[in-house]
Design a protein around this ligand. Structure first.
Ligand code: ZN
Length: 192
């Protein structure tokens, strides 16, 4: 049922969400790829496509509420919520802690789907899972577009991602791209 990986990667490349080259990441590491999911979600047809993958997967999970971490997850969360036709909210950081603000709430026993755009370590998703536990809500699933841990990040729930991806990184002194003589560039420079 999943869309083929090659097709998804092609969409990411077409929309410049996925760049190939030699990049200096904010972590200081070098990588042959740079990925910015928001770039592909600019286009309603792709947002619809990816949200549809998630919505289809959880169609029979009796979801009552979709919740996403701000900011990255909100766009896809809203579309998944619209497709499932359920109440949709988001959590946001307040003094560094993921919280429900604006009068948003999770109700006791409510079947909750956590939706995120990209998961690497799963930190934000896990914080929302903790919020759900505190509220006595039922964690019905976790869905996200891209798993950048290539399946290594696990959640204690029914989990679905549209695409598994590995993050390839090198320390500057072991970077084969540097050895080939090219210079690592910060994404965003050179008008990227
Ligand atoms: Zn390098």
């Amino acid at each position: 049922m999943k869309l083929p990986k090659e097709e998804l990667l092609q969409i990411f490349r077409q929309t410049n969400a996925l760049l190939d080259g030699h990049f200096l990441l904010t972590s200081g590491l070098h990588s042959p790829h740079y990925f910015q999911c928001a770039k592909v979600l600019q286009y309603p047809k792709y947002l619809h496509l990816f949200a549809g993958e998630l919505a289809k997967h959880f169609e029979y999970s009796e979801i009552e509420l979709v919740i996403s971490p701000a900011v990255g997850g909100v766009v896809v969360g809203t579309e998944v919520g619209r497709m499932l036709d359920v109440r949709t909210i988001f959590a946001e950081r307040e003094n560094g802690v993921m919280s429900l603000r604006r009068g948003f709430e999770m109700k006791k026993g409510e079947r909750v789907l956590v939706v995120e755009d990209v998961v690497t370590t799963g930190g934000s998703v896990n914080e929302i899972i903790e919020l759900a536990k505190k509220a006595d809500a039922t964690l019905a699933g976790v869905g996200f577009i891209v798993d950048r841990s290539n399946g290594k990040t696990k959640f204690n729930a029914k989990t679905f991602s549209a695409l598994l991806m590995d993050v390839i990184t090198y320390t500057p002194d072991t970077c084969p791209l540097c050895k080939d003589g090219s210079l690592a560039v910060k994404p965003g420079s050179r008008g990227l």
